[in-house]
Write a protein that binds this ligand. Structure first.
Ligand code: GLU
Length: 303
């Protein structure tokens, strides 16, 4: 088997919490147990919310947890040109379009439809599917916005994209628990999951001022870095459908996936970066050790 490559890919738009610690340690320990590589990737395409200070804090928290990673670290904000190339490829395939509706316009349109008793599809994160500019705006207004170079999102034309797919749309999912050390081949035994990207509607691939989205940059970088094993939280399970579709369209290899349980707060809710009580920094400041954190999230001590 080729050497497995794992990655942890946080966004420095806030401080890391216990959920990040769990994901980072699972990836790190899995790399150790399989004789694989562990990469850290800084997903900072949102150059407003992600700051150098938060990135510095993030690396410090991860080092405090006991992690080491290969350098140089890939920073997405330094690679916009590569995502633009991928976007252009999709544009040339005729599977993208510029979408000019604002969030408010989409919301209002869908609210009106729903108030009138129509059901409107929502994506797995709860956002309404894009209705299309022409469902909401007059032809003249569509032209005006295009001529005025108004703000737009580049969206994937899901119907057209799916028409181009000739192979079964599936992904390989393995169970996400920590492997025994050394890990046997059975740890890599995947199940075949049917991908359903159409559940997302016409997803955003880029915006006028940001030449990529999470979906696009994550598939470009997993391929570029030779990632063989994507291990991340279950909150991204359904996003994998979109990632597989983009991999097929762009001719990129497919990694194995593992979607792990989420660490929840006392009320059973997903942790948020804004919640200080589960922030690794706050815990550290309050005198907790990395061992305390590992114990709290159920990662056994180093062997
Ligand atoms: N950057 C994403 C996040 O912080 C994770 C991306 C991934 O693991 O695919 O939620």
């Amino acid at each position: 088997m080729t050497v497995p490559v794992f990655r942890f890919a946080p966004s420095p738009n806030g401080h890391l919490h216990l959920g990040h610690a769990y994901s980072a340690l699972l990836n790190y320990r899995s790399a150790l147990a399989t004789g694989g590589r562990f990469l850290l990737r800084v997903e900072d395409i949102d150059t407003v919310r992600c700051t150098p200070e938060l990135e510095r804090d993030m690396l410090e928290d991860l080092a405090w947890l006991g992690l080491t990673w290969e350098t140089p670290v890939l920073r997405q904000s330094e690679n916009f040109a590569d995502y633009e190339d991928a976007l252009q490829k999709l544009e040339q395939m005729g599977v993208t379009y510029r979408a000019y509706l604002t969030r408010g316009e989409i919301k209002r349109f869908v609210a009106e439809k729903e108030a009138a008793g129509a059901s409107w599809p929502h994506d797995p994160d709860g956002a309404p599917h894009y209705p299309g500019d022409r469902a909401v705006l007059s032809d003249e207004e569509c032209r005006r916005r295009a001529d005025a170079d108004a703000p737009f999102a580049v969206r994937l034309d899901m119907r057209r994209a799916l028409e181009l797919v000739r192979e079964p749309l599936t992904w390989r999912e393995c169970s996400a628990e920590l492997p025994a050390s050394p890990a046997g081949p059975e740890w890599f035994e995947p199940d075949e999951i049917t991908a359903a990207p159409d559940a997302w509607g016409d997803v955003i691939l880029a915006r006028k001022d940001t030449p990529t989205s999470y979906h696009l940059s994550v598939v470009v970088d997993d391929a570029r870095q030779g990632v063989t094993d994507v291990m991340r939280g279950r909150d991204l399970y359904h996003a994998t459908s979109v990632h597989r579709l983009l991999q097929i369209l762009l001719g990129l290899p497919q990694p194995r996936y593992r979607h792990h349980r989420l660490i929840l707060d006392h009320d059973g809710r997903k942790l948020a970066k804004s919640d200080r009580s589960t922030s690794l920094r706050e815990l550290r400041m309050a005198g907790h050790t990395a061992e305390d954190v590992r114990e709290r999230i159920g990662i056994p001590d180093d062997v």
